[in-house]
Ligand binder design. Structure first.
Ligand SMILES: Nc1ncnc2c1ncn2[C@@H]1O[C@H](COP(=O)(O)OP(=O)(O)O)[C@@H](O)[C@H]1O
Ligand SMILES: [Mg+2]
Length: 293
C-alpha cells in the first residue's frame, strides 16, 4: 500500500467517524455516483430514470453528467443544452446559470465535450468550481453523478468522495469481471465504500438476483466488503425504443417491465438504511478537495 493511499484512507475515515447518527432533519444532499466497470451497460439510462423516479417520490434531485468523453444525458432527453460545466469554469458562471431543466422539470447539469479539463484545473479555477458546487448544499436532497465507466483515476475521485455508489452491470461475464475489478480498486482506497449493485438487462428476475448475489458474495469473501444488491432491470425493448425517441423510458413507457423495475429499485433505495451523514454536499466537496491534491 502506498503512503499516499494510506494517508487518504486515514483522512477519509476520520471524516466518516466525525458524522453523527442519521436523521432526516440533519441529513443534507446525499451524493450518489453511478458507475460501471464496462461501458454501454446502461449507466446513463439508470441515472436518468432513477433521478426521475426519486423526483416522483418527492425528492429534489440534480443530475450531473460527468461522463468524460461520453456525456450524453441531454441526448437521452432530447434536449440541446445551452451551458455546461466547462462554461461554468471558463466563463465564471454561477451554478444556477448552468442548471437546465429536462422532462418533468428534472434539474440537470450537462458535461460538455471538454469535460476532461476539469481534472487539470489550476488552483484558482478549481476553487471556483468547488465553491459553486457548495451552493447545492441543502438545495437538493440527492445529487446524482453519471460518471465514466472503468477505473480512471479521475472518475475514482468522484466514487471515493460520494456518499454512495450505484454500480451498474449486466449479467455478461465481461461486465461482471470489470465491475469486480472496479470494486476491488475503489475498496483498496476506501475500505468502507458503499456500493449498491444494479443488474441491468437481466432476462428474468432470477438472472438478475443471481448475478447481483454473486458479486456480493465475492466481495464479502475476498475483500471483506458488504455490498448492497439494490435491484435488477429487465432487458426490455422499451429501453432502446425510448432512447430512439429521446425520452426517458420511465416516462415514455411507464407500464414497461423496465419502468416497473426502476420504480422498485427506487423504492428499495428509499427504504434501505442510510448510514450516518450530516455533512451533505459540503462533505462531498471537502473529500473531493483532499482527493484532488
Ligand atoms: N434494460 C435494458 N433493456 C434493453 N436495452 C438496454 C437496457 N439498458 C440499456 N440498454 C441499451 O443499451 C444502450 C446503452 O445504454 P446507456 O445507458 O447509454 O449505457 P452507458 O451509459 O452505460 O454507456 C441503450 O441505448 C439501450 O439501447
Ligand atoms: Mg452513458
Amino acid at each position: 500500500m502506498s503512503d499516499q493511499a494510506q494517508r487518504l484512507r486515514e483522512k477519509l475515515s476520520v471524516r466518516s467517524a466525525a458524522s453523527s447518527s442519521y436523521s432526516s432533519k440533519t441529513a443534507k444532499t446525499r451524493v450518489i455516483a453511478v458507475t460501471s466497470g464496462k461501458g454501454g451497460v446502461g449507466k446513463s439510462n439508470v441515472s436518468l430514470n432513477f433521478a426521475l423516479c426519486l423526483q416522483q417520490k418527492g425528492q429534489k434531485v440534480v443530475l450531473f453528467d460527468m461522463d468524460v468523453g461520453f456525456a450524453n444525458i441531454d441526448v437521452l432527453m432530447g434536449i440541446s443544452t445551452r451551458r455546461n460545466i466547462v462554461d461554468l469554469i471558463d466563463k465564471r458562471l454561477s451554478i444556477w446559470d448552468i442548471i437546465e431543466r429536462g422532462p418533468n422539470d428534472l434539474e440537470f447539469v450537462a458535461g460538455g465535450s471538454g469535460l476532461s479539463q476539469i481534472f487539470e484545473l489550476d488552483e484558482i479555477k478549481l476553487h471556483y468550481f468547488f465553491e459553486q458546487l457548495t451552493h447545492l448544499h441543502g438545495y437538493a436532497d440527492t445529487i446524482i453523478l453519471d460518471t465514466s465507466a472503468g477505473m480512471s483515476k479521475d472518475t475514482l475521485r468522484f466514487l471515493l468522495a460520494a456518499d454512495e455508489v450505484i454500480l451498474v452491470t449486466t449479467p455478461e461475464p465481461t461486465a461482471i469481471t470489470d465491475a469486480y475489478a472496479l470494486v476491488k480498486m475503489a475498496h483498496s482506497q476506501k475500505y468502507d465504500i458503499r456500493f449498491n449493485i444494479v443488474v441491468n438487462r437481466a432476462v428474468g428476475g432470477k438472472e438478475g438476483k443471481v448475478t447481483g448475489e454473486k458479486l456480493v458474495l465475492v466481495a464479502r469473501e475476498f475483500l471483506n466488503l458488504e455490498m448492497n444488491m439494490l435491484g435488477f432491470i429487465y432487458d426490455d425493448v422499451h429501453v432502446s425504443k425510448a432512447v430512439k425517441k429521446q425520452q426517458p423510458f420511465c416516462l415514455a413507457y411507464p407500464r414497461s417491465k423496465a419502468a416497473n423495475c426502476i420504480r422498485n429499485l427506487t423504492e428499495a433505495y428509499l427504504t434501505g438504511g442510510k448510514e450516518a451523514n450530516t455533512e451533505g454536499m459540503k462533505g462531498f466537496i471537502s473529500r473531493l478537495r483532499v482527493l484532488w491534491k
